[in-house]
Design a protein around this ligand. Structure first.
Ligand SMILES: Nc1nc2c(c(=O)[nH]1)N[C@H]1C(S)=C(S)[C@@H](COP(=O)(O)O)O[C@H]1N2
Ligand SMILES: [Mo]
Length: 494
């Protein structure tokens, strides 16, 4: 039970933290060379299963011993805890171990001890005090006990197998990602002009590194899809259904585009937004290969784990940079961001467009299909609203009086940012300096010089998009189609 649960959690949290593997590896590392040679000779490539089998037998014996001991007091629990702690140390001593690696085995110990105590409390011969003590084979308490014990063993074995399987899958994907060769884009993204990153400490950078890029999805466990297994089926209201493999994609010209993604759940001033260089294949071309029928108006995309998004056909075919992306900032997509392929559609919130681990595009109609978040009350269409944010000075920061720089970002994908203004307390709105525009689909950094007077002040920001619309001051929460309102920040100067 201890190792079963631990194995499951290790599979879920960190495959390297598998107590089974760590212990096995440590046993191997410390086996005298002669014995190791003997094992490899005897069992050949089956040496690993044999090792694990031996470990399982030893564990079963230890479990029985723990059970027998527990009937005389908490000695069984103590034995399990002690063994668990030894394994914990073993896990932590493995290369690549982090403090989190200890978590699976610690929780596993807890699960094991609870199970043991539960079983012992139900064991025949230790019936609750008020009941007469009975213990014959036919007695129902005994049968219940055996059923419970068998159940616990099954859960433990099931968890271990599930954990190993998940761990194996993730390792396979990690290895696959390592050797994934990015297509060379026919057209690299336009160079980022100097000045897009004003030198202000604390200001969000123009390009967001992969490891700090926000992550939003419904996946408790990221789907494990290798590039060899991956297929994209395009079907529904099309002239001819097609199925694309990664090799099929590689025969097509790739492009590289810089696009700012935004989550509809982003609160005013929130950080569920990021900007990356995406390498991928124009979705318009893939859809054209299937032939979209004229009466279709939605593409329902589905991920390997069943998430769906409904995107207007127009947004995928009107010439904007809608991509089936396989690369992010010069690297294959990180597993959490959709490896091996995801959608990126400028101008639309992620929940209606940015399907990660995408495997299926069904061409359909908004009056015939409903996507995951729309079924849960969010708007069917999700164009990104104009927004702006103050990054500097930090929230509730203390500032010395005198000249300082206020800075942040503003975005209105597909429309662009025409102006950003800053207001101090109830003073006049004053124009901020905008960093050079990269494209309509990317955010813009802004700065504003402020001669900060002593006291407590509120800074406010608002943006005007490329069509001349200024952000509304009306506060709205993210549901059902994106937050509105001006971001403000209080600072103490003095
Ligand atoms: N498969 C899948 N794709 C998904 C989601 C999801 O839950 N599952 N969430 C979407 C939402 S709500 C957003 S905002 C973006 C976030 O993409 P990121 O995690 O790469 O930043 O992914 C979209 N794609
Ligand atoms: Mo989102």
């Amino acid at each position: 039970m201890v190792l079963g649960i631990a194995e499951l959690l290790a599979g879920l949290i960190d495959p390297d933290a598998s107590p089974f593997v760590a212990t096995g590896a440590t046993v191997v590392d410390h086996t005298p060379a002669a014995l190791r040679e003997f094992a490899i000779d005897q069992f050949g490539t089956r040496d690993k299963p044999v090792l694990f089998l031996c470990m399982a037998v030893v564990m079963a014996i230890l479990a029985v011993v723990a059970g027998l001991l527990e009937r005389r007091g908490p000695y069984g629990s103590l034995l399990l805890a002690a063994l668990g702690l030894v394994v914990c140390v073993v896990v932590l001593l493995r290369p690549n171990a982090t403090p989190v690696s200890a978590l699976p085995i610690l929780l596993g110990i807890a699960a094991g001890v609870c199970t043991l105590r539960l079983l012992i409390a139900r064991a025949p011969g230790r019936a609750p005090r008020a009941e007469p003590i009975t213990g014959t084979a036919a007695d129902p308490s005994r049968r219940r006990f055996l059923a419970l014990a068998a159940g616990a063993a099954a859960v433990a074995a099931g968890s271990a197998v599930a954990g190993r399987w998940v761990g194996e899958r993730m390792r396979a994907v990690a290895a696959d990602l390592e050797q994934f060769v990015l297509p060379r884009p026919r057209v690299p993204a336009a160079a980022v002009p100097p000045g897009t990153d004003p030198p202000v400490r604390g200001l969000t950078t123009f390009v967001t590194p992969n490891d700090t890029f926000y992550r939003i999805d419904t996946a408790l466990r990221v789907p494990a899809v290798t590039s060899a297994d991956w297929r994209l089926r395009i079907h529904g209201m099309v002239e001819r259904e097609i199925v694309l493999s990664m090799d099929d994609l590689r025969r097509r010209p790739a492009v590289e585009k810089v696009v700012t993604l935004t989550c509809v759940s982003n609160e005013v001033g929130g950080d569920l937004i990021g900007n990356a260089r995406w390498i991928g294949y124009p979705l318009a071309e893939l859809l054209a290969a299937a032939g979209v029928r004229p009466d279709a108006d939605m593409v329902l995309s589905t991920s390997a784990d069943g998430f769906t998004a409904g995107t207007p056909v127009a947004a995928l075919t009107d010439g904007r940079d809608a991509l089936l992306a396989v690369g992010m900032n010069g690297r294959p997509l990180p597993v959490e961001h959709g490896y091996p392929a995801r959608m990126v559609v400028p101008g639309l919130y992620g929940y209606v467009s940015a399907t990660k681990w995408v495997v299926d595009l069904e061409v359909t109609r908004f009056d015939m299909a409903e996507a995951y978040w729309t079924q849960r009350g969010w708007s069917a269409r999700g164009p990104i609203k104009t927004a702006s944010r103050i990054d500097v000075p930090a929230a509730f920061g203390d500032l010395a009086p005198g000249p300082t720089v206020v800075a942040g970002v503003a975005w209105a994908q597909q429309r662009g940012i025409a102006a950003v203004e800053v207001q101090v307390d109830d003073g006049p709105w004053q124009p901020a300096v905008l960093a050079p525009e990269y494209s309509l689909d990317t955010w813009r950094q802004w700065t504003w010089r402020w001669d900060a007077p002593p006291g407590t002040h509120t800074l406010r920001v608002r943006a005007t998009d490329g069509r001349g619309s200024t952000q509304t001051d009306q506060r709205a929460s993210p549901a059902p189609d994106g937050a509105t309102g001006w971001h403000s920040r209080s600072v103490t100067v003095g």
